[in-house]
Write a protein that binds this ligand. Structure first.
Ligand SMILES: Cc1cc2nc3c(=O)[nH]c(=O)nc-3n(C[C@H](O)[C@H](O)[C@H](O)COP(=O)(O)O)c2cc1C
Length: 316
């Protein structure tokens, strides 16, 4: 019997719901699924106090792993496929997932193994997946596919609804002016198609070939208007992150003070850089078209955005 390991971490339960959806579909085809829900020694709070939320950004960006609680699965177990389901923190994989990949147990599990990454986040995941690719490559894993589920509301709306959700715990499902935050429930439910496609591929030993298993299922859709913002934002995170790490560890008083200055800078940057780069992209579209298409293709690899196999794996 084929065996799949699904590793994930979730604060609000969003990634857990995506994992449920995918795992149920895999298991219904008679494939064994082990789930590893990551726990850090020092739990991250939810909802987040404002400064605690900001204070994890340097370590997230520099991939400094926090200590993990021991895994419930044995690193010596043999899996046919590993699914890593992660959320993005500051344009980087969330710290618990980084910690898993960099841990001795994680390295042992990943070495030589086919891997599928599944992201659920607000809408900015491109730089995070670049870092993920590098970490997986360093661990000797073979990345076959990437799925990215995002909040389908506009960047402006999610700029309000996501922080409200993360800082207060209020997702906004009670019928207010703004739509609820997070990945739409229908998108979470239809993630089952990825589970069915993975099960079908495993039944045919396709994971051994090394080709993507989830093409034709609209696994990712890159919004090319956000590429420049992600690149600029990430560069600025590296500069501020270096400074903040040099000042002291998380919670150090001077670091909190500089974080307060950084918070003002960050808000200014988000409300200026994102709309300006999006507007410039729109105005220069005819000139940038070819380059943007190349970038889209690059960031949508390996699974792509085409939908020609959707009908084969539809779940009612
Ligand atoms: C500290 C922090 C930073 C985040 N940074 C990003 C980000 O850079 N890009 C993004 O699209 N989402 C970002 N998010 C949203 C998360 O990716 C995710 O959607 C949300 O935290 C819910 O995930 P979970 O409940 O499964 O843990 C961030 C969330 C947190 C807590």
């Amino acid at each position: 019997m084929k065996k799949v390991l699904v590793v994930y971490y979730s604060q609000t339960g969003q990634i857990t719901s995506v994992v449920d959806s995918i795992c149920e579909a895999i298991q219904s085809e008679g494939i064994s699924v082990s789930r590893e829900c990551l726990r850090t020694e020092q739990a991250y709070p939810f909802p987040w106090p404002f400064f605690r939320f900001l204070d994890v950004f340097p370590e997230s960006v520099y991939l400094d792993p926090p200590a993990l609680m021991p895994l419930s699965v044995s690193p010596d177990d043999d899996y046919d496929l590993v699914v890593l389901a992660y959320q993005v923190w500051y344009l980087s994989p969330s710290l618990p997932m980084t910690a898993f990949i960099k841990s001795a147990a994680g390295q042992k599990i990943l070495e030589g193994r086919p891997v599928v990454t599944v992201i659920a986040c607000r809408n900015m995941w491109l730089m995070a997946q670049e870092k993920m690719k590098k970490m997986l490559n360093d661990a000797g894993a073979r990345l076959l596919d990437n799925v990215a589920l995002v909040d389908s509301q506009s960047a402006l709306v999610t700029f309000l609804t996501t922080p409200r959700w993360l800082l207060t715990g209020n997702k906004g499902t009670q019928g207010g002016v703004l739509p609820p935050a997070g990945v739409a429930e229908s998108d979470v439910a239809s993630a089952a198609r990825f589970g069915s496609a993975l099960a079908s591929a495993l039944e045919n030993d396709l994971e051994k070939i090394g080709e993507p298993l989830l093409t034709g299922l609209e696994a990712v859709k890159v919004d090319t208007r956000l590429i420049a913002s992600e690149k600029i934002g990430h560069r600025s995170f590296l500069i501020w992150g270096k400074l903040l790490r040099a000042i002291g560890p998380q919670g150090a008083p001077l670091r909190q003070f500089v974080l307060a200055i950084y918070a003002v800078f960050l808000v200014c940057m988000i409300i200026t850089v994102v709309p300006i780069t999006m507007a410039l992209k729109f105005l220069l579209k005819p000139l940038l078209k070819k380059g943007l298409e190349r970038e889209r293709e690059y960031f949508e690899a390996p699974s792509g955005s085409s939908n020609n196999r959707m009908k084969d794996f539809l779940h009612e």
